[in-house]
Design a protein around this ligand. Structure first.
Ligand SMILES: NC(=O)c1ccc[n+]([C@@H]2O[C@H](COP(=O)([O-])OP(=O)(O)OC[C@H]3O[C@@H](n4cnc5c(N)ncnc54)[C@H](OP(=O)(O)O)[C@@H]3O)[C@@H](O)[C@H]2O)c1
Length: 273
């Protein structure tokens, strides 16, 4: 992560996602980035707490004051409680960045009294810095706010700006829920491997490594999935026999289309609720 231009940042919730974020920011401080960190968390991971102390972070301040960026990383159901404390970090210049699933910009503005709000959706691999996070910023946000937010999200992996908040439902259905689809693929591939005679453990290792290796190859080469798929296939070969089924009109594409549409609809419905 590049050095940040001396902003004051408060993070509320240093669990799995918040912890991954703040570990990246600690690195930025060590590289000479002049950011000032305040973290509110009822149950610090002891190692993270020590690391924060070594870079002079303020932990659980009794009397919080306004900061430039307030980051919210508590579970959505804890937001109402956390907002009581979080509001004290908000002043006229504060930009709010939330990674809470399903909490709208409107709800953030109402609960915290901030106009400059950014809503971001990371995914599970973000915990190891290999995720993808899409974000949407309210119209009140400046270009500088967006740049700062992108830098702050970098420890989670790749960052994708969105043109509008309504696209968050599609993001939730694709990259937010997507890791579960891929884990299911590994699971069902392992079951199919067992049915072809492999023992359970070998089947699971082959399936997991295949999914992980294919993903890593796609990222490292930058080649499209379509181009890589063709590299595995030869005319009349084994892969083609399988893809005749998977890529058929009633194969994987319509199934995934229905699954993604159902997830996006659920996201829209939860948003209305
Ligand atoms: N994990 C994912 O894959 C994923 C993906 C997309 C979005 N997100 C979003 O990321 C957010 C964080 O998820 P997570 O998996 O990191 O959750 P988590 O591990 O439970 O972290 C939340 C942390 O916030 C703390 N907390 C609870 N109430 C608080 C309060 N009032 N003030 C300050 N801290 C408080 C929790 O402490 P206690 O443990 O003591 O309650 C916990 O350490 C969620 O809103 C989720 O929707 C997560």
């Amino acid at each position: 992560m590049s050095a940040l231009d001396a902003p004051t940042i408060a993070l509320v919730g240093a669990g799995s996602m918040g912890g991954a974020l703040v570990r990246g920011w600690i690195e930025a401080v060590r590289k000479g980035g002049g950011l000032t960190l305040t973290v509110v968390e009822p149950n610090f991971d002891p190692e993270l707490e020590r690391e924060l102390e070594t870079v002079g972070a303020v932990l659980n301040p009794p009397e919080p004051g306004p900061v430039e960026v307030l980051v919210l990383a508590v579970k959505p159901q804890a937001f109402a409680d956390a907002a009581q404390q979080a509001r004290k970090f908000v002043g006229p210049q504060t930009c709010v960045l939330s990674i809470m699933a399903g909490v709208t910009m409107d709800a953030l503005t109402r609960a915290l009294g901030a106009e400059r709000v950014v809503r971001a959706m990371p995914n599970l691999p973000s915990r190891i810095g290999r995720g993808v996070t899409a974000y949407a910023a309210s119209p009140a946000c400046s270009e500088q706010d967006r740049q700062l937010v992108e830098q702050l999200l970098e420890p989670l992996g790749a960052v994708e700006p969105l043109a509008a908040e309504r696209l968050m439902d599609a993001v939730t259905a694709v990259s937010g829920s997507g890791p579960a689809y891929v884990f299911l693929l590994a699971e069902v591939l392992a079951v199919a491997a067992e049915q072809e005679g492999l023992d359970r453990d070998t089947a699971m290792r082959l399936a997991s490594r295949t999914v992980a290796g294919a993903g890593a190859l796609m990222l490292e080469t930058g080649e499209t999935p379509g181009a890589l798929r063709k590299q595995v296939m030869s005319p009349g070969g084994t892969t083609e026999a399988a893809l005749d089924i998977l890529a058929a009109a009633d194969g994987l594409a319509p199934l995934l289309r229905r699954a993604v549409a159902a997830a996006a609809k659920r996201s829209r419905d939860l948003g209305k609720g």
